[in-house]
Unconditional design. Structure first.
Length: 111
């Protein structure tokens, strides 16, 4: 079991995480981590609060969701970053993040 990401752990795993020009420089990243944590908890199966020992998948999903939210804030209305020269669409709480939170079990199939 793990703990939620802190500013330090997020910066360790996300070297180009946003920084602010404010005194502490961390208000944007703090907001992104909080919003991502809320999204993970909202999508996760019902849990008792406060959740102290979280699964590793939730922790990874928090950071992935924070990145997705950050990238979506920089995307053009067409869904690409960098005004079309770097074509990537952003999908907050995409299928990869959801799979970390609520993994779908494989079903045997005979064809």
């Amino acid at each position: 079991m793990a703990e939620w990401h802190t500013l330090e752990s997020a910066r360790d795993e996300w070297p180009d995480a946003p920084t602010d020009e404010s005194v502490d420089g961390d208000s944007t990243l703090t907001t992104l981590l909080d919003v991502a944590k809320d999204a993970v908890l909202a999508y996760a199966p019902a849990v008792e609060e406060p959740l102290t020992d979280i699964p590793e998948g939730y922790r990874l999903a928090q950071l992935m969701q924070a990145r997705n939210v950050w990238n979506s804030s920089k995307a053009s209305p067409g869904g690409d970053l960098d005004n079309g020269s770097y074509g990537i669409s952003t999908f907050p709480l995409d299928w990869q993040v959801r799979q970390l939170i609520r993994p779908k079990a494989g079903k045997p199939w005979i064809g």
